[in-house]
Design a protein around this ligand. Structure first.
Ligand SMILES: Cc1ncc(C[n+]2csc(CCOP(=O)(O)OP(=O)(O)O)c2C)c(N)n1
Length: 514
């Protein structure tokens, strides 16, 4: 076997079975090795942001990493924004980045670059394989690094000759470290706050918003009266009938401050005390009320469920039932097409075990309220604020869960960053329904323009926040990449198109003109 074959065999030994690729010349031996490894699925993305975003979506749903295959520094750099989002999602991802052959690197050929420099800010682990025989052990370590709780990005840089030279063997899988045990004093401090009679609020992410975590927190809340809130943006959260549905910390800082007002104890699980997304002139950046204490019950990478179980026992909530939602779907909508009527149709029709990928931006604010009583589903947010994650993450989620319908709630401006993901959906026959919110503007930036105090909008400034002239033709864009598509302009036709898509295998795009 050669180094590339030892790499792939090591990956599949460790349960890494999907590779999202966009290769170049330096990765050709990796590409060739794909045909020798039946257990590795290879999925082509036509831009590296699609590749890395797909790896993020896959990891969120599979709970294990896919690998990416990226072409030297520039290929990695093209994929960085979605690796940033993946890092914020705590998604396990393994990047395999091709590099010039070891003896070619010093020649400074045109594609030579500082790959480690590009990889550094998003990677918890970086390794350059220096020989074909080192590749297998490096690959096993890469998987372990990615699977280190709560989930990390590992980047393995593979000089071309380490892929094509002979290698002796693949490597066995390495067990990742376990979750850290909860800190006893953190549990005691949270319990003291919860039984103090003073207003407490849980702020949750990570394992705190797993199905088990939410049930534990709900029982504690039922016993103590504590409020429950999720972070504004969450990697993955179960929602709908049978689940504990929670509110989120609002995006806008003043609304977040209002939501937390009166809290005396903020109990933080797998996240940190809240800060506003941006600074605004004259406004606070830290959102915890001044007179509140912050209790860090669990940090990412530690066993939040054990910590919450200890709290359940200590406050005497063992017999308290979790407050779960009952099935209560909205009526089908009629009338005008708007984010609310779209949400109504979605809430009515959402299939059992659907995966909702939310990059709907301003159009998505109202959707959770219409889907909390829908069939049980999982919900994935844009975690790092770098737009262009939605369509790629939908690809990855669909690859991870072929038996489930993926619904991509997609704002038009954000869609255009990685719109090539539609082609991968068609090529892989993925069951993805894209609801494309065509408001033909960067609506959030029009709001932010005023909020940051940049008043007196002039025509040049406003045209930077507007997507018309010409209008993007999403039905044509989708069809041009092999995805069937229709345009909807009223609620009834949208509802009908959505029902049709849910009943038909394969991808479908509905351009919702709002
Ligand atoms: C990678 C990246 N580039 C630019 C931005 C700045 N940005 C934030 S929101 C936004 C536009 C969003 O418009 P759209 O997706 O159409 O949603 P809408 O606000 O209209 O609901 C932009 C450009 C960003 N967040 N990330």
């Amino acid at each position: 076997m050669n180094g590339a074959q030892s790499l792939l065999e090591t990956f599949v030994n460790a349960g890494v079975e999907v590779c999202f690729t966009n290769p170049g010349t330096s990765e050709m031996h990796f590409v060739a090795a794909l045909d020798t490894q039946a257990r590795m699925r290879a999925v082509l993305g036509l831009f590296e942001g699609v590749v890395t975003g797909a790896a993020d979506g896959y990891a969120r749903m599979a709970g294990k990493p896919a690998c990416t295959l990226l072409h030297l520094g520039p290929g990695l750099a093209n994929g960085l924004a979605n690796l940033h989002n993946a890092r914020r999602a705590r998604s396990p991802v393994i990047n395999v980045v091709g590099e010039h052959a070891t003896y070619h690197r010093h020649l400074d050929a045109p594609l030579t670059s500082d790959i480690e420099g590009f990889a550094g800010p998003v990677s918890a682990w970086i390794r350059v394989s220096e020989s074909a025989d080192a590749v297998a052990a490096d690959a096993a370590e890469a998987v372990r690094a990615a699977m280190t709780p709560p989930g990390q990005i590992a980047t393995l840089i593979l000089p071309a000759d380490t892929a094509w030279n002979d290698a002796s063997a693949s490597a066995p899988a390495l067990a990742p470290p376990a979750l850290k045990a909860p800190a006893g004093d953190a549990v005691e401090a949270a319990v003291r706050a919860l039984v103090s009679g003073e207003p407490c609020t849980f702020l949750l992410n990570g394992l705190g918003v797993s199905e088990a975590g939410l049930r534990l927190v709900s029982r504690i809340a039922g016993k103590t009266g504590a409020r429950i809130m999720g972070d504004t943006f969450i990697s993955r959260i179960p929602r709908g009938a049978g689940r504990v549905n929670i509110g989120r910390l609002p995006y806008f800082a003043e609304q977040a401050e209002e939501a937390l007002a009166g809290t005396r104890h903020l109990i933080v699980v797998d996240t940190k005390a809240p800060v506003s997304f941006f600074a605004y002139p004259g406004r606070a950046s830290e959102l915890t009320p001044r007179d509140a204490s912050i209790h860090q019950l669990s940090t990412p990478g530690s066993d939040a469920l054990a910590a919450l179980e200890a709290v359940v026992d200590a406050v005497g909530a063992s017999d308290v039932p979790a407050d779960v939602a009952t099935l209560d779907r909205p009526e089908p909508p009629s009338g005008k097409l708007a984010p609310e009527t779209i949400a109504q149709a979605l809430g009515a029709l959402l299939p059992e075990q659907a995966i909702v990928v939310n990059e709907a931006a301003t159009s998505g604010f109202g959707i959770p309220a219409f889907t909390s009583g829908s069939a049980p589903h999982d919900w994935l947010d844009l975690t790092g604020g770098a737009i262009g994650m939605g369509l790629p993450a939908a690809v990855g989620a669909a690859v991870a869960c072929p038996e489930r319908r993926v619904v991509a709630l997609q704002a038009d401006g954000s869609a255009m960053y990685t719109v090539q993901a539609l082609w991968t959906m068609a090529r892989e026959s993925l069951d993805v329904t894209v609801i494309l919110f065509a408001n033909r503007k960067y609506a959030i930036l029009q709001v932010e323009f005023m909020r940051v105090g940049a008043h007196n909008p002039g025509p040049k400034a406003m045209s930077m926040l507007d997507l018309s002239n010409p209008d993007l033709a999403f039905v044509d864009l989708a069809r041009g990449m092999g995805v069937p598509a229709v345009q909807a302009t009223d609620a009834a036709s949208f509802h009908e198109a959505l029902a049709r898509s849910f009943a038909t295998p394969g991808p479908f795009l509905i351009e919702a003109v709002i």
